[in-house]
Design a protein around this ligand. Structure first.
Ligand code: SAM
Ligand code: SF4
Length: 367
């Protein structure tokens, strides 16, 4: 395991020479190739509900955003998206939502059971801070993975931007440890450039990823949403300007690269938020800096615009088929290939091109 000290990490954050940054990205890319191979795994994203009881100061889905019309997908709609994921050759579906109490534990368990019964897909859930008995039930129903970003390891900042729902209860780091004990592949992650986020805390984020031994690590830029207290400027966490992490593309690439070097076997997505701040090249540059996962959107187009976490989100008009073709094109243009199976942590796939007969059949099936 490569050891980068906190001082090294802080040095990389302040580095601006293009030649040194290229060295960092190439280093991360080599670590990625060695530890997880050249496959890029496609995780089909289904945004199943935009209802949320929480008041996160950064997120457009917060309950206080009364202007946003809400939706909740039906059981049939979700199952149809999962069938489409399988038709498109994906190995995983990710069911994501706000913290929506009407997505009851039993109902979600039934949806998971149906997907596992009907398809060979891995199922990832990202439904917020749910209770232990719910997480346990979904795991026993067949859910494989759970995503819960801890957003920042700065506890004070986290509590300011993510008010508690109950006066007591586990924090996100505790839930991530619980998820691992329950046998899930656990995914954490952070936003980069949150107002009030210091370089020091960003270095701690990287060390926390490694300490938790996370299976998946999602990193994206913080994007201001005017209908939120943080995005409108109504909430301004105090910080010296020289300590404030910028929410720039470059900062995100550095974080992806350093994450790959410190957590070499983790699955790391090149995120939609990154594709939002650079719609042309963001995803590809993330993949070149150490990422090995993309998340094509499967949410029915009529709902996409309503899952407005932040404005001008990438890929809200394209159909699932368009997203699939666009992402596969980007993957191939990098000389990489789309993974075929569930793509759990530690799985290294062989490119289909070394299996000529199968390869031609798959190409026909996918498009
Ligand atoms: N409700 C679940 C949760 O909070 O974990 C899942 C859905 S939530 C919308 C998924 C992720 O969106 C959050 O973990 C956060 O990192 C990201 N997000 C929310 N608001 C954002 C913003 N303004 N800019 C960038 N990412 C944002
Ligand atoms: Fe709800 Fe998640 Fe958005 Fe917070 S980040 S408001 S929990 S959807």
């Amino acid at each position: 395991m490569t050891d980068l000290s906190k001082l090294d990490l802080l040095g990389w954050f302040r580095e601006s020479r293009p030649s040194r940054l290229q060295e960092l990205y190439q280093w991360a890319n080599a670590v990625r190739s060695e530890h997880v191979g050249d496959a890029v795994h496609l995780r089909g994203l289904i945004e199943i509900s935009s209802h949320c009881v929480r008041q996160c100061m950064y997120c457009g889905l917060r309950q206080g955003n009364r202007a946003l019309p809400r939706y909740r997908m039906t059981y049939e709609e979700i199952i149809e998206c999962a069938r489409q994921a399988e038709r498109l050759g994906y190995g995983t579906v990710v069911m994501q939502a706000g913290e929506d109490d009407l997505l009851t534990a039993g109902w979600i368990a039934e949806v998971v059971r149906s997907i596992k019964r009907e398809t060979a897909l891995a199922v990832t859930l990202s439904l917020g801070e749910r209770r232990q008995h719910e997480l346990r039930l979904w795991r026993s129903a067949g859910a494989d993975r759970y995503l819960l970003r801890f957003e920042t390891s700065d506890k004070n900042l986290f509590h300011v931007i993510h008010p508690r729902r109950y006066s007591t209860g586990p924090d996100r780091l505790t839930i991530l440890r619980l998820l691992k004990r329950l046998g899930y592949e656990a995914g954490g992650g952070v936003m980069v450039g949150i107002p009030g986020q210091s370089f020091d805390s960003l270095a701690e984020d990287l060390l926390t990823f490694r300490a938790l031994d996370l299976d998946m690590i999602g990193i994206g830029p913080y994007i201001a949403h005017a209908a939120t207290p943080l995005g409108s400027g109504a909430l301004r966490p105090a910080i010296a300007p020289s300590e404030q992490v910028p929410n720039s593309e470059e900062m995100v690439y550095k974080m992806i690269a350093l994450t790959r070097i410190l957590s070499p076997t983790a699955n790391i997505p090149s995120t939609t938020a990154l594709a939002t701040i650079n719609k042309v090249d963001g995803r590809k540059l993330g993949l070149k800096a150490g990422a090995n996962v993309v998340m094509p959107n499967l949410t029915p187009v009529k709902y996409r615009r309503l899952y407005e976490i932040y404005p001008a989100k990438a890929c809200i008009e394209e159909s699932a088929i368009d997203c699939n073709q666009c992402l596969r094109g980007q993957i191939h243009s990098l000389g990489r290939f789309a993974g075929q199976g569930p793509g759990g942590r530690g799985a290294i796939e062989t490119p289909l091109s070394v299996l000529p007969d199968v390869s031609s059949q798959f190409v026909q099936l996918q498009y």
